[in-house]
Design a protein around this ligand. Sequence first.
Ligand code: NAP
Length: 278
Amino acid sequence: MNIGIVGLGLIGGSLGLDLRRLGHRVLGVSRRQQTCLVAKDLGAVDDASIDMTLMALAEVVFVCTPVEAIAPTVVELAALVSPNVIITDVGSVKMPVVDAVAHLWTNFVPGHPMAGTADAGIAAAIPDLFVRRPYVLTPTPTTPPEAVAVVAELARSLQADIYYSSPLMHDRAVAWISHLPVFVSASLLAAVTGEVDPEVLALAKQLASSGFGDTSRVGGGNPELGLMMAKYNRPQLLGTLQAYRRQVDRAISWLETEDWNALEQHLQQTHQARPEFL
Ligand code: NAP
């Protein structure tokens, strides 16, 4: 199959590496010429260009640009590919993408491969990024089932685990397990660095170990990703942050009143809940 990838970064480049190895012909379009050259050198594409007309040869196009560029990219694609071409995206939020894009292209299949690393750009592309990782497809009632089946088959060929949900359910679920943790973790880092005694702060930095590493990792990640989550999943993120604040208030209240029974019960419940997620 001729597969197009627009946006040759971590996700687009990694997709290209795997899809080529599976025997597809991969055509890439990216913003910068240098990225196109590196993608070709790495073997992520058979051919690459900064000119979108290369996509006229594709049967399926993966839009792997940052979220804000997905809709403008589909507008450009719509002007040059034939109506039977399937366009899918990999954006980490789905409602804003579906709202902006679904009416532009009938054969549009919204998707989200939930895989990544701390790095970005074409140099970060790696093979097998999607193996045994969730790949969520969020079709709407008007998305053609045949188009969904084609994207699902491609995702399955990457050895990803396929899930289906509505765009809204997707955004609500990822707010809990992906976006809220970034803001909780960032708040933790902001609170710790706000310690006013320099000696305590210096000692804390020296003593920080795996527990602090686990809880601060996502808050200390790429600021652009956190901003994207806040901008594009604002209502869902606000709801989860408010729920989280209520939990922090409960913990403060148990400590203030020395209600150790309530606190113990709470920690028993969270101890039992964690394995259900991981
Ligand atoms: P990335 O590594 O920064 O790659 C995005 C690439 O898109 C950039 O390298 C850039 O290439 C290119 N680009 C930017 N604007 C473009 C435009 N207007 N037209 C064509 N190419 C453009 O980002 P990423 O992590 O792969 O994320 C890409 C998408 O995947 C996002 O929508 C994100 O929400 C989603 N996603 C990310 C992750 C993750 O963990 N990182 C996981 C799942 C889904 P140039 O070098 O040519 O400028």
